[in-house]
Ligand binder design. Structure first.
Ligand code: HNI
Length: 141
């Protein structure tokens, strides 16, 4: 359960990501690929060199989708429904990977927002990203 206070922390943290979606998204995806190299299997068609234009564009899309979900946590199942279909039916991403990416995003937020990323903000963002992962994995069975 995400409390009202946590929702406002989530909205405020991810609002700050909006001006940096490509940079922070690239950071997160780069970490994902380095720290959990098994995730590279999903990106065999992409130039995964650090800082590549493709990873920046992809990271930007991911962070933008997350920022949109953060602005309206109560409506995530509908706002993420298309992405849920894409990841389950077309990309067939094993849902364990959502947790790995969530971890990398938390590390990026801690790095980029050292003052805002208090322990309270940390737990709020962790719960939020777990919900995003839950919604994205909803259609698997
Ligand atoms: Ni994901 C495409 C959002 C987790 C692999 N992904 C997208 C797009 C968005 C997105 C947005 C672009 C859709 C479009 O172009 O219409 N992905 C998200 C979100 C999460 C997530 C919000 C979880 C927090 N994706 C993951 C994970 C993996 C992943 C964990 C694999 C490890 N995603 C992909 C791949 C694509 C993708 C692969 C297609 C990339 C391409 O350009 O071909």
């Amino acid at each position: 359960m995400i409390s009202a206070a946590e929702k406002s922390l989530i909205a405020s943290i991810f609002k700050k990501s909006e001006a940096h979606t490509e940079q922070w998204g690239e950071d997160a995806i780069h970490r994902l690929l380095v720290v959990f190299p098994q995730t590279k299997a999903y990106f065999s068609h992409v130039d995964i060199t650090h800082g590549s234009a493709q990873i920046r564009a992809h990271g930007g899309k991911v962070m933008k989708a997350i920022a949109q979900a953060a602005a309206d946590v109560d409506n995530m199942s509908s706002s993420l429904s298309n992405l849920s279909d894409l990841h389950a039916y077309i990309l067939r991403i094993d849902p364990v990977n959502f947790k790995l990416l969530a971890h990398c995003i938390l590390v990026v937020l801690a790095n980029r927002l050292p003052v805002d990323f208090t322990p309270e903000a940390h737990v709020a963002c962790d719960k939020f990203l777990a919900e995003v992962a839950g919604v994205l994995a909803q259609k698997y069975r």
